[in-house]
Design a protein around this ligand. Sequence first.
Ligand code: ADP
Length: 449
Amino acid sequence: MEPIIKTENIKVIYNKGQDNEYIALNDISIEVFPEEYSIFFGPSGCGKSTLLYTILGLQKISEGKLYIKGRESSSFSEADKSNLDSQFFGIVFQNFNLIYSLNVIDNIALPQVFLESKKEVRLAKSKTLLARFGIETRAHNLPASLSGGQQQRVAICRALVNDPLVLLADEPVGNLDSESARVVMESIYDINKKDKKTVILVTHDHTFLPYADRIYYFKDAKLEKVVQNTHPKKMIAGAKNLQQEEASETTGSGTGDFTPFGELEKMARAHHFMTVPQLKAWSITNYLTDEFTVNQIERLEKFMEEMLAGKLSEHAFFEKLNAPFSEGGVGLYQGTAIRFTQKISSILREVGAFLQNLKNIKDPQESLKMVDILRKFLLEEYHGSLSQEQIQRLEKGIGERLAGSMNDLQFSELLDKSVSEGGIGLNTLTAEHLSERLEIILAQAYESN
Ligand code: ADP
């Protein structure tokens, strides 16, 4: 497939030739494919936004080439540039960039004015979008009277009103509370999946990575790697869990509230390309890290894997965390390293206890409880409704899978088979997906611990 956007060895230098010259992008070659959801990911200051603005044509390129739909950008006429601006790209910013003296519907219709579309047409388009994003009742209000999440949805409507091919979003939920962020992220996901628009999201927040088809990791003005996610997923439940965990972390309720499903949920998200030990390490690191750089996280994950595999003791793990980055450590302060080690050890104990339980269910009451938990966990990802009969069959299937009298394939077939044939009657994709979720948990319980 031809990329819709391509950069070739792009370099962007701010304040070139001056004392404060700064290389913001160094030798960046990327390809963005049509209808994909791409994320430019990396710590603050690594050059993500600069790349976005370079693609938009707002940032001058010092070296290298930019291609939009196969055409090299230096060949664009003024008319081409204006068309790109108004019809090819829609953009959403962190701070919404609404015009506060115009009401909501006029804000949305504004890009249409530049296309000289008729008033009725532009108002009709704006209204349709407002209704789609659930803010139609606010059409005649001024933006300042709306919540942050609503304002960002207005900005999304404005970005879509000219029906662009590509939606660019620069830290769109950076200023929002977690629930509003979730709604906005779901809207953007919808625009990609339902409207088939190419999406580029700029973010430093790793919790959004599962949304993407392709992730471009940036660090210090360079592209570090590109990871293709073969099973991007919606992560409503995952996002909620994460917020709950963060809440329990910040309110200091400690590990008492910890549920292994938070971790398992995260593991079951999009990381099919990781092995189970990598997943374990990743999920636990993910639970605790936000403020670390990509390189630090990579090292943490490596040490986590070693600790999980029994190659590092708790104390050796602490020392690795505390050692300077330049000496192969993670470079954490002693206090942070201690807190981190304690937290991880307690999580490991709790996850371990849960998995041990799963492994040793002898008591039938316990077994029923476990089946019940697993059923709920599986159905969190299933948005249809099941009859009593289907639920009973599902529970029986989980019980048999737990007891080992059914293998993963048979479990998946049970989910897939029609109700009249004694199955649960889910479609094949859902069946595979749910059985995969169950297998991830079982793999946790039975693999190498
Ligand atoms: P990110 O989006 O990853 O946070 P940016 O692309 O905004 O990073 O910025 C990359 C680096 O370039 C930062 O160190 C920033 O301070 C610097 N920078 C951004 N804009 C300018 C500018 N107009 N002049 C000089 N330096 C800039």
